[in-house]
Design a protein around this ligand. Sequence first.
Ligand SMILES: [Zn+2]
Length: 262
Amino acid sequence: MHVLTGSKRRISLALTAAAATVTAIAAVPAHAAPAPSNERVVTVERAADGTLTETIYQVAPGFTGADLANNLRAKGASGVAVLSGEQASGEVVAAVAACSSGSARTWPSSATCFVRWSYNGAVRPVIDFVDHSGASWPVGRAVTEWNETSGIDSIYRPASSGCDGAPAHCVHVYSSNYGATGWTGSTSRTFNAANTYYASASVKLNDYYGGTEAQKWNTACHELGHVLGLDHNTGTESCLYSSRTSTKYPDADDYNLIERYY
Ligand SMILES: [Zn+2]
């Protein structure tokens, strides 16, 4: 896959970079300052068996990270934290340089910079994104873009087709009107006991905030990037910027960071 798609990806990124810059500027309302670039709002739950589930949220337009955190606390969420890119949940992880490439960042755990998906005996890890979301969410197109990485396969599966099962990991993507939550999308991941591998993950896309096709594509791209192990990108040229923009694609740094680890 790498040999066949590497040049295609670079050309695609070059062509989209200029357009992405223009749309990102246009998408930020004059009255709403964007959230700090590497900020992330997370919640952490510990199950009875000791496993941890961490959820990360894309900040909705007009909200700050602090607003979102207050919303989550008011709704009874546990382990709410607003973190900078240098912090895992309550603990500082390995040197930031090891966890970044340009403006891209890995989504660390307390144990490691980069939380992995297992190969399950395959040549590369395989993620089946099973799409339960409404038709207005461009999940399939976002999956296609992420599949441009060489080290991990992202496969789109309509809900009617279900998941292939092992060696593929099944990641279910849902949409619903989750209400005025302060977030447009969220990704939850459950760790293995050592907090070094994903045991499972799932995605929610919030219909409440509506949005243009580009904005919804941005949210889908953003959450899928979290599933693959990335944290927020400090630049608005990437869909992994902390709050919603109209940027539909990962940037080259996002791809490079994933390819470093797989
Ligand atoms: Zn995010």
